[in-house]
Design a binder for this molecule. Structure first.
Ligand code: ADP
Ligand code: ADP
Ligand code: ZN
Length: 209
């Protein structure tokens, strides 16, 4: 199954996508992770993307569409995949329609007030993409999955978070009606506990199979 995870920054897309991908044995394609790795390794894409990512702006569509085209052409995507963080604009969604057939769009809905709190306490592993929250780490500073040191993302500070929320509402939220019109949208209440959200998503995906 080819699945898109849609929702504002901090909604839980990465957290849920990682679990669903482990369960369904399909790759999680996180454009944020791909860009952060490229920035760290100072690749040509990384050098172009750095200023956008760090200030909370969207990286230009052409760059993202190229990244996704290359990634979806790889063999591990044949059984299906989850797109986590792509598409984020209508032009990206239109480009995607030309190269892939999407089966379901999972929208995770969370109120802005909760997002600021979630993002300020988020800790991530740049090595494997795992996501944590300080409130449940109990002082631990390394990744449970791979042992790497956890970091706080530069764009998770309150001012940049506000930019990202504005960007979400103006540029990404229009995708909700885009996919509703195509009969692909399923919306989940992302204010519930992580396990509850996960169960509802898995139930819906099993029915859609
Ligand atoms: P996204 O990928 O949508 O930006 P993440 O999966 O990185 O969101 O989650 C953002 C932060 O919120 C992380 O610190 C994560 O541990 C936490 N989080 C995720 N889902 C929930 C939830 N249902 N309830 C409370 N906190 C959550
Ligand atoms: P979050 O998990 O908080 O939703 P991501 O990790 O998905 O954030 O993305 C981090 C940053 O990477 C974005 O603020 C943006 O600068 C860039 N980015 C990621 N995906 C895209 C995309 N599809 N189009 C444009 N920029 C993107
Ligand atoms: Zn890790």
């Amino acid at each position: 199954m080819n699945i898109i995870f849609l929702g504002p920054p901090g909604a839980g897309k990465g957290t849920q996508a990682q679990r669903v991908c482990d369960e369904l044995k399909i790759p999680q394609i996180s454009t944020g992770d791909i860009l952060r790795r490229a920035i760290k390794e100072e690749t040509p894409v990384g050098l172009k993307a750095k200023a956008y990512v760090e200030s909370g702006k969207l990286v230009p569509d052409e760059i993202l569409v190229e990244i996704i085209k290359d990634r979806l052409a790889q063999d591990d995507c044949k059984p299906g995949y989850i797109l986590d963080g792509f598409p984020r604009t209508v032009p990206q969604a239109e480009a995607l329609e030309k190269i892939a057939k999407i089966d379901v769009v999972v929208e995770i809905a969370v109120a802005d007030e909760a997002l600021v709190k979630r993002l300020s306490g988020r800790r991530v592993c740049l090595n494997c993409g795992a996501t944590y929250h300080v409130s449940t780490l109990g002082g631990k500073t390394t990744c449970d999955k791979c042992g790497e040191e956890l970091i706080q993302r530069k764009d998770d500070n309150p001012e940049t978070v506000q930019n990202r929320l504005n960007v979400y509402h103006s540029q990404t939220a229009p995708l909700i009606s885009f996919y509703q019109e195509r009969g692909l949208l399923k919306t989940f209440d992302g204010m519930q506990d992580i396990d509850v959200v996960y169960q509802s998503i898995m139930d819906a995906l099993r029915k859609a199979e």
